[in-house]
Design a protein around this ligand. Structure first.
Ligand SMILES: [Zn+2]
Length: 282
């Protein structure tokens, strides 16, 4: 397929269900012949490019110097656009094939050292950065879909236990072209089920945190905070039972772990779904 004069890359973008139905294996992924086509059909790169200046769709042009071999170009004003524009791979120097394979290996929980060897990339940071990036996708997915935690266990009639904590970490975000910056993450994990919520917070003041706790955690829950609540002045609210617990298990690796556990089904189509939800093309 040479895409000459096409205004779309694929005729149809796959639905999430169609992506889940496909058998995703390493052999299948590495046997594909056209990764631009694959990325567009997965909804990971834009399938059309509209030129606002001329009010018409751009056409696909061959561009041998571009990593993907193609470029969007307006036939009237000649303005061009990278086929990666606004996508999660916009800033990456890797081929789409390598990126998909890194994500696939990540979904299988292969160690980073093994992934690095398999994709044959000399840059030691590449796989680390991609792992961090995918973890951020997981974190944002959890933040976008909070669930109610805690309450009373119907079988034992005892309060369920929920751990709360916040943590500060430096995000990579190099893929999104943002300035490297640190963020506060607030999280809650239900003991036993490992159901969890996380969200980014701009402020760690009592009102903010209390509002989040109220929107996430059912009445009657035993909240475990390891002294953290007192630090934030939250123990003054006695509508919930706070108890100093053991060391909290909440950290950035837990975010990935909890994301993996929250839903059943194969991880690769799930993370693809999250990426396309978080990178929408206008
Ligand atoms: Zn134009």
């Amino acid at each position: 397929m040479d895409y000459v004069n096409q205004k779309t890359i694929v005729d149809k973008i796959l639905t999430v269900d169609e992506i889940k139905e496909r058998k995703w294996t390493f052999n299948y992924l590495s046997s594909l012949t056209n990764y631009v086509h694959t990325a567009a059909s997965l909804g990971l790169i834009r399938n059309t490019s509209f030129c606002n200046q001329c009010g018409k769709f751009r056409t696909l042009y061959k561009a041998s110097k571009r990593i993907d071999g193609f470029l969007w170009r307006c036939s009237s004003c000649r303005s061009s656009l990278s086929i990666r524009k606004d996508s999660f791979i916009e800033k990456s120097h890797l081929t789409i094939k390598k990126i998909l394979i890194i994500i696939f290996y990540w979904s299988l929980e292969l160690p980073q050292t093994v992934i690095r060897k398999e994709i044959d990339d000399a840059d030691t940071h590449t796989v680390v950065e991609w792992s961090n990036f995918i973890r951020e996708i997981c974190e944002e997915d959890l933040a976008n879909h909070p669930i109610m935690l805690g309450g009373i266990d119907e079988e034992t009639n005892q309060p369920k236990e929920v751990e709360i904590d916040d943590l500060y970490f430096f995000e990579s975000k190099y893929n999104r072209g943002r300035v490297k910056n640190g963020v506060w993450i607030f999280g809650a994990v239900e003991r036993g089920s490992n159901l969890c919520n996380v969200t980014r917070i701009d402020s760690r003041d009592r009102d903010t945190l209390f509002r989040i706790i109220n929107s996430w955690i059912l009445p009657g829950t035993r909240i475990l905070s390891d002294g953290w609540a007192a630090y934030h002045g939250l123990d003054q609210f006695d509508i919930k039972k706070m108890r100093k617990g053991e060391k909290t298990t909440f950290n950035t690796h837990m975010i990935e772990f909890m994301w993996r556990k929250r839903e059943k089904g194969e991880v690769f189509p799930r993370i693809i779904k999250c990426i396309r939800e978080q990178y929408v093309f206008l």
